[in-house]
Design a protein around this ligand. Structure first.
Ligand SMILES: [Zn+2]
Length: 224
């Protein structure tokens, strides 16, 4: 009996030393680790509590933690951070939720940088956004809706373009339809956003999104 227990303990200790954290479903999320079958599960766990989210964001984000902002029942920023960068990328400081910041960090690390290297032979140094928190209702192509926007709780951010290490910029409005390498990068950026956010709307969705990606930290997986 003692031998059996010792055997089990040894196996656990050995497994703990051999399995890299990205293959350990119980290891806290580190943004910089390679993506595995367990990454999405670990991301969900990181998003489950404010403390876990901030700890995960700490592995790749430049940010200050702020007190929750409560304007009303429908308009607030909970687990609020002042985000100034993710990975190698600088961001014009924006107050948003930890969930949006963490998803942006995953997007930068695992989608934007690989796509920039492969398609443009450079690195992304900046993400241009046009805001996260906005206490307003949903806008649609046919007008305003009664439902509150995810911007009202900073569970969304609008991305207008990117800056690169060679000093160039790419705006969605200029390059989405260009049929060149920048347009291919923007498609790759949109498709990558669909992997890391819960809902992604690009210029393909409707004319309201001609100049930005709208990405959300909650939703049903719409990717267009
Ligand atoms: Zn938006």
């Amino acid at each position: 009996m003692v031998t059996v227990i010792w055997g089990a303990v040894l196996v656990v200790i050995k497994a703990d030393r051999v399995i890299p954290p990205e293959w350990n479903p119980l290891a806290p999320l580190n943004v910089t680790e390679p993506v595995t079958l367990f990454t999405n599960w670990r991301l969900d766990r990181a998003l489950a509590t404010p403390a876990a989210c901030l700890a995960a964001l700490n592995t790749a984000g430049r940010f200050d933690v702020m007190d929750d902002f409560e304007a009303s029942n429908t308009c607030h920023i909970r687990t609020r951070v002042d985000l100034a960068g993710v990975g190698q990328v600088l961001i014009n400081p924006v107050e948003t939720t930890c969930a949006i910041a963490l998803r942006m960090a995953m997007w930068e690390q695992h989608s934007l940088q690989p796509a920039a290297t492969e398609i443009l032979d450079t690195t992304v140094t900046g993400i241009d956004h046009i805001g996260s928190y906005n206490c307003r209702r949903i806008r649609s192509a046919s007008g305003s809706s009664n439902r509150w926007s995810t911007h009202a709780t900073a569970e969304a951010i609008d991305i207008a373009g990117f800056q690169f290490a060679d000093g160039t910029r790419s705006r969605l409005l200029d390059d989405w339809d260009a049929n060149d390498a920048r347009a291919r990068f923007q498609r790759a950026a949109r498709n990558g956003a669909c992997d890391w956010f819960q809902l992604t709307l690009s210029p393909d969705y409707n004319r309201l999104h001609a100049d930005h990606f709208h990405v959300q930290s909650r939703g049903w997986g719409l990717c267009r």
